[in-house]
Design a protein around this ligand. Structure first.
Ligand code: SF4
Length: 379
């Protein structure tokens, strides 16, 4: 796939940002790529962001600019859920925002209020926060990801942020760190082959035609799986996420092709768990999809409002889509090695299609954590 290079780089003019290893990595990676670089104060940056929001396609245009700045809020966040659906007790490191890829369904389009690509370079603050918060409860089973407000690896060839996080977590095997991506970038992981048992590499999966028509500028499903196989060869375990599962043309055939590809490149023993989540969206996102991707039909279907106020398919349709994917996976994973779970589904859906619903988010999170730890080898 084609890697992202910004046309413009704006750097917050503060010593800790100018001198940060993240800033240095990015500037060295863009050498010779003709990006303009400017150092600006906070007020000037705020004014430029306001200006950039005005054009109609501000979101697409804004991605050409990379802003290297400071995160003044918390880095470590709990993945937001609702009381009415079962969540997996996941934590997120908010290290960057926005994404150079263009999935039509991407929630970031409605969520972010800054059209630029953003990377937070105040990494010393990040480590100080992790040091003070992660150790407060020694019994807490943390699974921590970085792919919530961006793709974990979309800027890795520039910033090497994931590599720096892997170094931080190298002597803290009690924390599981997951890098989730729609890219095929593997260098960070192959460079550290064999030594990082608490690092999980995770790939989004979807039906082939959804990948081709709704996940623009991403790696193809096959490219992701070739990358996953390289990571397995380098000693890592893989997790997969079928999310969002979309009611799309030729669903069963296209999904079967994807599942066949998964097991062409990976063995069931290489995959720790697979999550399943059906397409859901807030009203603001539907408007943006209609405006930015007029050829996409994904919002023209029958939906019901969920407890989280998001539109989702009716229960019978979600159940049909999930059943198809589950049966396909189980036809390959005959020994049930792979843990399957739902993202944001009701206990009724669990009881109908998987084992009995977990009694709490912590119970599901604990099960997934234990599954990761069970693969650690004695060193
Ligand atoms: S890869 Fe993820 S973050 Fe990037 S556009 Fe697609 S859904 Fe959004």
């Amino acid at each position: 796939m084609i890697r992202y290079y910004p046309e413009k780089i704006i750097i917050l003019d503060e010593a800790r940002i100018r001198d940060s290893i993240i800033t240095k990595n990015i500037l060295s990676a863009v050498e010779g790529k003709n990006a303009s670089v400017s150092y600006l104060g906070e007020e000037k940056i705020a004014a430029i962001i306001q200006d950039a929001k005005k054009p109609e396609n501000s979101y697409g245009e804004g991605k050409k600019t990379l802003l290297i700045t400071a995160n003044r809020g918390e880095f470590l966040k709990k993945c937001p859920g609702t009381n009415d659906y079962i969540c997996c007790d996941y934590y997120i490191i908010d290290f960057a925002q926005n994404c150079p890829m263009e999935c039509t369904y991407c929630i970031l389009q409605a969520y972010l209020n800054n059209p630029f690509m953003v990377v937070y370079a105040n990494i010393e603050d990040l480590f100080a926060e992790l040091n003070s918060r992660l150790f407060a409860d020694p019994l807490k089973k943390y699974r921590i990801g970085t792919g919530e407000f961006t793709d974990s690896l979309a800027l890795e060839h520039l910033s090497e942020y994931s590599k720096i996080l892997m170094d931080y977590f190298a002597d803290k095997p009690q924390f599981i760190i997951e890098f989730k991506s729609k890219t095929d970038y593997v260098k960070t992981f192959t460079d550290y082959a064999g030594a990082r048992q608490n690092v999980i590499i995770s790939y989004s999966m979807n039906a082939g035609n959804v990948n081709r028509f709704e996940e623009l500028k991403t790696a193809s499903i096959e490219e992701r799986l070739i990358a996953a196989a390289e990571c397995v060869k380098a000693g890592y375990k893989i997790t997969l996420h079928f999310d969002p599962i979309i009611d799309y043309d030729d669903f069963e055939t296209q999904m079967a092709e994807t599942v066949n590809l998964i097991f062409k490149y990976l063995g069931a023993e290489d995959i720790l768990y697979i999550s399943l989540g059906a397409f859901r969206f807030i009203p603001a996102l539907a408007e943006i999809i209609a405006l930015r991707f007029p050829r996409s039909r994904i919002i023209y279907n029958e939906f019901v409002k969920g407890y989280d106020k998001k539109s989702r398919y009716f229960r019978f349709k979600r159940e049909k889509l999930f059943r198809t994917v589950i049966n396909l996976i189980k036809s390959h994973d005959v020994k049930n090695k792979i843990k399957l779970y739902f993202c944001m589904e009701s206990p009724e859906m669990w009881n109908a299609l998987l084992e009995a619903a977990p009694s709490s988010d912590e119970e599901l999170g604990g099960t997934l954590y234990d599954k990761c730890r069970s693969c650690f080898k004695a060193i």
